[in-house]
Ligand binder design. Structure first.
Ligand SMILES: Cc1ncc(COP(=O)(O)O)c(C=O)c1O
Length: 354
C-alpha cells in the first residue's frame, strides 16, 4: 500500500518545560490514518496534520465499543538517537486484539514501517530530559453507521503521538493498592487479554472507589474464586515471594504485557527463579507479615516498573519493606530503563533505532 505524506499547514508550539509534561495531554503535529472497507481492504494510508475526525453518530464504535489500541514509547538516547522498545510485540498484540474483537488485521511490517516514518517526521517532539519519552498510541475503531450488534464493515486505524514527562516526578515512590473483593476486571472466556476500550471502561467504577478511599490503584482478583491475583490497574503485577519472582500466568484474563515478558527474561539473567502462578490474597497478607513476600511491583509501558508499598484487603493493610523501594524492584527498573534509554547494552534485540 502507498503511503501519502500530506503537508503540514501549522505547527503547534513545543513544550519547553519537559518536566511539566503530563501523560497523554499533548499531541504532536501529525498523525497516521488509514481506512478499511469490506471488499476493498485497507486503503488511503496517509500521514496528515493531527486533527479531529468527522464520524456518523451511528458509528458502531460509539454504541458497541468495537475498538482496540496499543501503547508503546520512543525514547531519546544520550547520543540524540531515538529508540523504540519491542515495537514488533505491540504490532503482533494489536493484531491479536483485532482478531478477538472481529476486526481486520493490519500488515505488521507496513504498520511498523509507517509508525517509524511518523516518529521520524515528529522527531523533535521526542523530549530530551531524564525519564521523558514519546508515547505512541495505535488505535482502530469501527466506523460503519448502523445500529445493530455485528462486526463493522468499515474501520479507521490511526496512530497519534504524545510527548510525556518523567515517570516519577516526585521520586520513585511505592504506591498503595486496594484489593477489590467486589469488582472484577475480566472473566475466563471474556476479553481480558485484548487491549480493547471496554475493559478499561469497566474498570473505572472500582478505580473511583479506590481513589475515594485514598488508594492509587485497584488490584483485580480472579472472577471465579475471587482469591487469586490477576492485574493491578493497567499493569501486570510481580512479587518477590520466597526469593522467587512470582507473576500471574497468561490464561486469557490478563494482558500479555510486553514489560512483564521483558522482566521475566531479565529475572532469568539475574538468576532469580521464576514462577508463573497466581498468588492468593492470603499469600499476600500472610507473606507480608511473615516476610516471605518481600517486594511487589507493577509492570507496564507507562511506568516501566512501579513499586508497591501497601496492600489493603477489606479491613487489613500490610506494608512491604517499610514502604521503601525493594532491591529487586530497583534492579529491574534500572535494567529495563537502562536498555530503553541506551545506558545499558541491548543483548536481546529489543531496541529498534530510528
Ligand atoms: C490491563 C493492562 N495490563 C498490563 C499492561 C502492561 O502491558 P505492557 O507492559 O505491554 O505495557 C497494560 C498496558 O500497558 C494494560 O493496559
Amino acid at each position: 500500500m502507498d503511503l501519502q505524506i500530506l503537508p503540514l499547514t501549522e505547527r503547534k508550539p513545543r513544550i519547553e518545560d519537559e518536566a511539566s509534561l503530563a501523560f497523554g495531554q499533548n499531541f504532536t503535529d501529525r498523525m497516521f490514518i488509514m481506512e478499511y472497507d469490506n471488499g476493498r481492504g485497507w486503503h488511503s494510508a496517509r500521514i496528515a496534520p493531527y486533527g479531529p475526525f468527522v464520524l456518523d453518530p451511528a458509528a458502531l464504535v460509539f454504541h458497541y465499543a468495537q475498538e482496540i489500541f496499543e501503547g508503546l514509547k520512543a525514547f531519546r538516547r544520550p547520543d540524540g538517537r531515538i529508540a523504540l522498545f519491542r515495537p514488533r510485540d505491540n504490532m503482533a498484540r494489536f493484531n491479536r486484539s483485532a482478531e478477538r474483537m472481529c476486526m481486520p488485521t493490519v500488515d505488521e511490517e507496513f504498520f511498523l514501517d509507517t509508525l517509524k516514518k511518523l516518529v521520524r517526521l515528529e522527531a523533535d517532539w521526542v523530549p530530551r530530559s531524564e525519564g521523558t519519552s514519546l508515547y505512541i498510541r495505535p488505535t482502530m475503531i469501527a466506523t460503519e453507521a448502523v445500529l445493530g450488534v455485528k462486526p463493522s464493515d468499515r474501520y479507521l486505524c490511526y496512530i497519534i503521538l504524545s510527548p510525556v514527562g518523567p515517570y516519577y516526578k516526585c521520586g520513585f515512590k511505592p504506591v498503595r493498592i486496594w484489593i477489590s473483593d467486589e469488582y472484577t476486571r475480566s472473566a475466563p472466556g471474556g476479553t481480558g487479554e485484548a487491549k480493547t476500550g471496554g475493559n478499561y471502561a469497566a474498570s473505572l467504577y472500582a478505580a473511583r472507589q479506590a481513589a475515594k478511599r485514598g488508594f492509587d490503584q485497584v488490584l483485580w482478583l480472579d472472577a471465579v474464586e475471587r482469591r487469586y491475583v490477576e492485574e493491578v490497574g493497567s499493569m501486570n503485577l510481580c512479587f518477590v515471594y520466597d526469593d522467587k519472582l512470582v507473576t500471574s500466568p497468561l490464561k486469557g484474563t490478563i494482558l500479555n504485557g510486553i514489560t512483564r515478558r521483558s522482566i521475566l527474561t531479565l529475572a532469568g539473567e539475574m538468576e532469580l527463579p521464576i514462577e508463573e502462578r497466581a498468588l492468593s490474597v492470603d499469600e499476600i497478607l500472610d507473606g507480608a507479615a511473615d516476610g516471605r513476600l518481600s517486594e511487589a511491583f507493577g509492570t507496564g509501558t507507562a511506568t516501566a516498573v512501579s513499586p508497591v508499598g501497601q496492600f489493603t484487603y477489606r479491613d487489613r493493610t500490610v506494608t512491604l519493606g517499610n514502604n521503601q523501594v525493594g532491591t529487586w524492584t530497583l534492579r529491574f527498573f534500572e535494567a529495563l530503563t537502562g536498555i530503553q534509554y541506551g545506558r545499558r547494552p541491548d543483548t536481546h534485540g529489543w531496541v529498534e533505532l530510528l
